[in-house]
Design a protein around this ligand. Structure first.
Ligand code: PGA
Length: 246
């Protein structure tokens, strides 16, 4: 049995006061029967590390540089994330692919940089509505994942994959459990062809996961937890989703 993972993606939300309340609310609800993490904005990594120290809750970032160091103004290296105790880093989120024009190869290079420093990349893949409507879902997610598989080589088994249909992110329109499972099965098969570890790898679903739909999504055989945006900003909602996974 794969242990589930629920990771919050705070996106560009938060402030000192709200963060403290949210983190305390999550910590107070322990123990969970699944792995739980929060991926916070860079400036809040330090206070998150302090708030969650001594708990089994993990934290991470929402992006990283593919470079180790150097003249890359505004970027943050994985080495820096590791210094703040990050266990995870999201790479290839659709908002980065869309607004920052991140290519499949750049996402793959970021995932590789993360693993090189012992930080687990949560690699996001997903199709747009236009791609789904024109029957390209499989082709798109396989292309996105394939770049990462090839770049990681024998380390591919160490990543976490997140299937996030772009049309379901922040829209309140969730993929049905059957739609999500169908894509997860495709991704699992692709991983199986590439690594001996596919059966133990986590494939998360993301896109309008809420307390009332989490359990049915997580009950699907190839859905191993969730990447949670909006609902990760309210302790009660996030905790309910973690409970649905446990
Ligand atoms: P959402 O975001 O839960 O608000 O749809 C998910 C994500 O973008 O990771």
């Amino acid at each position: 049995m794969r242990r589930k993972l629920v990771a919050g993606n705070w996106k560009m939300h938060g402030n000192h006061k709200a963060n403290a309340e949210l983190l305390a609310g999550i910590a107070a609800a322990r123990p969970f029967g699944c792995d739980v993490a929060v991926c916070v904005p860079f400036p809040y990594l330090s206070e998150t590390a302090v708030a969650l120290a001594g708990t089994d809750l993990r934290w991470g970032a929402q992006d990283c540089s593919a470079h180790e160091q150097g003249a890359y103004t505004g970027e943050v290296s994985v080495g820096m994330l590791a210094e703040f105790g990050c266990r995870y880093v999201i790479v290839g989120h659709s908002e980065r692919r869309q607004y920052h024009h991140e290519s499949d190869q750049l996402v793959a290079d970021k995932a590789k940089a993360a693993l090189a420093r012992g930080v687990t990349p949560i690699v996001c893949v997903g199709e747009t509505l236009a791609e789904r409507d024109t029957g390209q879902t499989e082709v798109v997610v396989k292309r996105q994942l394939s770049a990462v598989i090839h770049t990681l080589g024998h380390c591919a088994g160490e990543m976490v994959v997140a299937y996030e249909p772009v049309w379901a992110i922040g829209t309140g329109r969730t993929a049905t459990p059957e739609q999500a499972q169908a894509v997860h099965a495709v991704l699992r098969a692709q991983l199986q062809a590439a690594t001996a570890h596919a059966a133990t790898m986590k494939i998360l679903y993301g896109g309008s996961v809420k307390p009332d739909n989490a359990a049915t999504l997580f009950a699907q055989p190839d859905i191993d937890g969730g990447l949670i945006g909006g609902a990760s900003l309210k302790a009660a909602d996030f905790v309910a989703i973690c409970r649905a996974a446990g």
